[in-house]
Design a protein around this ligand. Sequence first.
Ligand code: 5GP
Ligand code: ZN
Length: 139
Amino acid sequence: MENCIFCQIISGDIPSSKIYEDDHVLAFLDLSQTTKGHALLIPKTHVRNVLDMSQEVAETTFSRLPKIARGLQKATGAKGMNIINNSEEIAGQTVFHAHIHLVPRYSDDDSFSVNYTVHEPDFVALGQLAEQIAKEVEQ
Ligand code: 5GP
Ligand code: ZN
């Protein structure tokens, strides 16, 4: 897609530091290097984000994640990894070609953290919400 940075990386018009490539996906180092080895996995098909992904693109993209994550861990000596997708602006998406962040983790005070607010569970509300969502998930 014209004007898409990641499509231009796939076509080679913009250079990238590739770590894995096959017919369906490309993985390369993120310029920001949030932690050492921070990488992105993208489908070669232009799709906006996970909310827009077909099952076929999801299968070819996500199935590559474990082996890329393992290679990244082996190469960097990371103790673990945060695997993140930001879908839409409210969730922090800035490049609108679907991508999965692989952020190797080294210690509690490395340059990445995830903060969740934990609420007291309301089991009735959880049950009702789960039912409502389950109805909307395509079988
Ligand atoms: P988002 O905020 O959309 O989840 O993540 C977009 C990511 O793409 C950011 O972490 C940013 O550093 C990275 N990025 C943006 N432009 C380029 C580029 O031209 N090359 C590489 N390698 N990464 C990029
Ligand atoms: Zn694209």
